[in-house]
Ligand binder design. Sequence first.
Ligand code: GUN
Ligand code: ZN
Length: 427
Amino acid sequence: MTHVIKGQTLSFAEDDTPRHEARGAVAVGDDGTILWAGPQSLLPQDFLQADVTDYGEMIVMPGFIDAHIHFPQYRMLAAPGKDLLDWLTRFTFPEESRYADQAYAAAAAEIFLDRLLQHGTTSALAFCSVHKSCADALFAAADARGMALITGKTMMDRNAIPAVEDTPETGARETEELYRAWHGKGRLRYAVTPRFAITSSDAQLKISGELLASLPGALMQTHLSESPGEIAMVASLFPKAKDYTDVYDHFGLLSDRSLFAHGIHLSERECARLSDSGATVVHCPTSNTFLGSGLMSMPYLRKPERPVHLGVATDVGGGTSYSMLATLGEAYKVQMLAGYKPSAAELFCMATRGNARRLKIDHDTGAIELGKFADLVVLDPHATPVLASRQEVSTSLEDVLFSLMILGDDRAVKATYVKGRKLHVRA
Ligand code: GUN
Ligand code: ZN
């Protein structure tokens, strides 16, 4: 049955400018697509009989898209590592080893996706563990929810613990099997997923590049230039490479379908190569401050003579919040420390239409537009006493968005829709 969702609607246009209706409406068809959007006063006659959910002054906007998150780290936020490599060895690898157990992974996938929805996140590019069953579990759970989710089995064949290592051959075979089973099923897509240069041998990185070239439509996700200790180890493992980016470049991993988390300490040369290739660097601010990795600078990455595409993400469980609101708030603080003051509108755009573009799912999500799926989040600017007080002095949409990203989290998420179905509502 067609239904109409009313509220203060907000979306970002193709040129990233905000489209805002103080009293807006979105009409959603049986198939979950948006049939019409605009001011309530212009709602066509055809929809006057439809069921209506009216959110009043709450903000109805595209669901958040998380461009980098680790499913098998869903319960290990706030693990106090000394730095990235210590955190990986002491906490992360042992936790990820649990995902060899199919039943455990299946139960975890339900919790993980419900948690994303609780935080208003409707799509994600996610890492799984090294285990094929982990990726099977997440794909199946996302498909059941109708979500546009992109994931892949992590490939890692060295410098970890045996319980989370594969080999170049098994990694490649399982990647191909998973791609064939899930890529293009519903809204699911596959991402070739070598964890990072430290945990993949030359042979595995080479196969990763070949997989990216041979699997049509697949993305590639990995980590790049996150922490000083990691960069030093990469330099010693790959003495012939010009720099960290060159390691991935050498194996054919730079492309417009490649997403690199972090990118904090990149040289001019690395930025120029990333820019040429059309790759994306994904800013993960809560993780970077938590692990003491460094301050990524958006204006440096975006220098006009060699602009690098940017995304933004939680990086749970190195990140400290599932909330893209909290993540945008932390991005704001990190950019302020890097000498740049982003607007809330710019960051909200990055987390919706921007990330959709980077993940190549913007044909069907990331904006409130005719024909796209109704993947929506409803935000309550008065959700907490502190937010409510703040709105007494808010005088613009920018003020309201700014207060939501600095003060908001899942408490501000009133409802979340995927393909027009309400999959989360905050009581
Ligand atoms: N580098 C390699 N693996 C990881 C991971 O799981 N989290 C983060 N933040 N960085 C990584
Ligand atoms: Zn990560």
